[in-house]
Design a protein around this ligand. Structure first.
Ligand code: GTP
Ligand code: MG
Length: 570
């Protein structure tokens, strides 16, 4: 359901609490969605304590949202629709098993439907009536799951007769189309908003992600009936782009964490369990067996690779019916905490998500990031760089992690493998400073900030919100927020870092041009502003750049920011 909404922030000015209303234009928000859909913000002072409370009510803890989504997924089935040319007929047939709460269709090498029933009994009834397929020349693994195929005895169904259903897109538009779309916008702020809206995960895509976790849980539950499989990373932290991978965490805490208290006297029973040399060895053997199971029995799961010797052991595979590239990990609680933290930062101010989307998309367009593992900057590192930059604004747009830890209550305490992962979960305790910078200005400042950052000496540290001396000699040092002795960007080599810096410089230049010439022509067909940044840029080695940077960067950025501010005011 789409609705415009107002994000309201309590701001502090001269010791007094002032509320500033961020009116978010064309913002799509759904209360049950993980990750708020965001838009550019126009900021105007409007004291409104009531809305402030409402805003805090709206923001919900990630684990609460996750629990709701998981429950929803367990009442859902995924159906390959080989043989239906009528949505009405389809729904009529499936309604025989119970009340359907929601359904949608999508294309992924064929037409699929996600159907959510009101109760789990309906799913049980549907499964009871589903038949085992009969294939003449093949043998089947008789593993029943909630991934089904719809067959028709009448010969009406064929792939090209399936155009009746409205399909929900599960992929983002191609970059060329996006560039054209952005070129028609009137300001860089609007461009960033449009980009975010085009690329962020949709309600349906989030549902599908939770459903795939739930289907996988059914496989793992053969060994561990009390397990849960939770999505983490960009699928749920609010920074996910359509088409991003699905990171999953096999949570066995329902078994090992929920322990019956031993009585002080008398007889009692305990489970006899197999032991292993280390926690890591246990994780490896569990993932090895589950990985084998997914490979041999998992409907729709293909290309299974067991990557068990990595720092974080995982099973990687493709889930064909959803089109998701999946990474299944276990015992990865710190990553769950990072996910919660990123989610919280994204919820604090709509500009956080928009800026992350803008920067991530820019990085992808210039191959600063890559799907292939290597010396590239990862999306996770890039997101932390954006957060750090926002902490370094004056006044800061988001608080430091140390500050969030200081605000934490007893229930927030979390220590994982000796790492302090505590931070506040109650949004109402977090006071945000007044900083009304517009998105276009922030994007430009981001590039300028990193174009001149002392990467050779300094480390990026969101815990302190200040650069720190680098503890080791590496091109890029970004302190892991929770495992503070680790560098989340230790894979990055100097070539990649230099490219990143050069692209930042070039981007400041392009934005400066746009600020003076934008938008071009009536149709706005010529890429400008953010759209121009997504086109191939000149990077080191080119002749033009030196000439462009003759004027000191700080001078150029000053004049650019001035012109952006004037535009904003007008
Ligand atoms: P995309 O998949 O690229 O959209 O982003 P992502 O945030 O999901 O990144 P990725 O799939 O690489 O990793 C999933 C999650 O694992 C991240 O969101 C982090 O929470 C965590 N993570 C990734 N890399 C690191 C790392 O180097 N150190 C730590 N501690 N956590 C990491
Ligand atoms: Mg991911």
């Amino acid at each position: 359901m789409a609705a415009s909404w107002f994000a309201v922030f309590r701001l502090r000015m001269r010791g007094k609490s002032v509320v500033v209303r961020h009116q978010v234009l064309n913002q799509v928000h759904n209360h049950t969605s993980v990750g708020t859909h965001v838009g550019a913000s126009q900021v105007q002072a409007a004291p409104d304590h009531h809305s402030d409370e409402k805003e805090n009510e709206r923001r919900r803890l990630l684990h609460v949202v996750q629990a709701e989504r998981q429950e929803q997924a367990e009442r859902s089935v995924l159906i390959s629709c080989h043989a239906t040319n009528s949505e009405k007929k389809f729904l009529k047939h499936l309604s025989k098993y119970g009340d359907i709460k929601k359904h949608f269709f999508y294309q992924s090498f064929g037409l699929y439907a996600v159907v959510e029933y009101s109760s789990q009994e309906s799913v049980a009834s549907l499964l009871e009536h589903a038949a085992i397929p009969t294939v003449n020349h093949e043998s089947m693994v008789p593993f029943k799951s909630r991934l089904l195929s719809l067959r028709s005895l009448a010969s009406v169904g064929s792939a090209d007769q399936q155009s009746g259903q409205h399909c929900q897109p599960q992929t983002s538009p191609p970059i060329s189309e996006l560039i054209q779309r952005l070129s028609r916008e009137e300001s860089i702020d609007q461009q960033i908003t449009a980009l975010t809206e085009a690329y962020q995960l949709t309600e349906e895509n989030i549902r599908l992600r939770f459903l795939v976790c739930s289907l996988l849980k059914d496989i793992a539950a053969a060994y561990f009936p009390e397990c849960t499989i939770r999505p983490f990373g960009s699928s749920v932290n609010g920074f996910g782009k359509l088409g991003c991978d699905l990171d999953m965490f096999l949570d066995l805490d329902g078994i090992s964490g929920r322990n019956v208290k031993m009585p002080r006297s008398g007889l009692s029973l305990e489970y006899h369990m197999k032991s292993a040399n280390s926690e890591r060895a246990v994780t490896q053997s569990i993932l090895s067996v589950i990985g084998e199971c997914v490979d041999k029995f998992g409907p729709g799961c293909v290309g299974v690779q067991k990557i068990l010797n990595a720092r974080c052991p995982l099973v990687r595979f493709a889930h064909q019916p959803s089109g998701f590239q999946c990474d299944l990990t276990a015992n990865n609680r710190v990553a769950m905490k990072s996910t919660e933290l990123l989610y919280l930062y994204g919820e604090l101010d709509p500009r956080v998500r928009s800026l992350v989307f803008g920067v991530r998309c820019w990085a992808q367009a210039h191959s600063v990031t890559s799907r292939i593992p290597g010396a590239w900057i990862t999306n996770f590192s890039l997101t932390v760089m954006v957060l750090f930059f926002l902490q370094r604004r004056s006044p800061p747009i988001i608080p430091t992690l140390d500050h969030l830890r200081d605000l934490a209550g007893p229930a927030d305490k979390s220590v994982i493998e000796d790492n302090d992962c505590t931070f506040v979960s109650d949004f109402s305790k977090i006071h945000i400073h007044r900083n009304t910078a517009a998105l276009g200005q922030l994007l430009c400042e981001f590039f300028d900030f990193y174009a001149s950052f002392a990467f050779n000496k300094m480390s990026i540290n969101i815990r302190k919100g200040k650069e720190q001396n680098k503890p080791e000699v590496v091109p890029l040092h970004i302190q892991n927020p929770f495992e503070t002795s680790l560098n989340i960007s230790k894979n990055v080599n100097s070539t990649q870092l230099e490219r990143f810096v050069a692209l930042c410089r070039e981007s400041v230049w392009i934005l400066q041009q746009s600020a003076t010439n934008s938008p071009s022509g009536e149709s706005g067909a010529t890429p400008w502003g953010l759209a121009a940044l997504l086109q191939p840029l000149q990077v080191p080695g080119n002749k033009g750049r030196k000439r462009r940077s003759r004027e000191p960067a700080s001078e150029r950025i000053k004049s650019l920011l001035e012109s952006l501010k004037i535009k904003n005011q007008s």
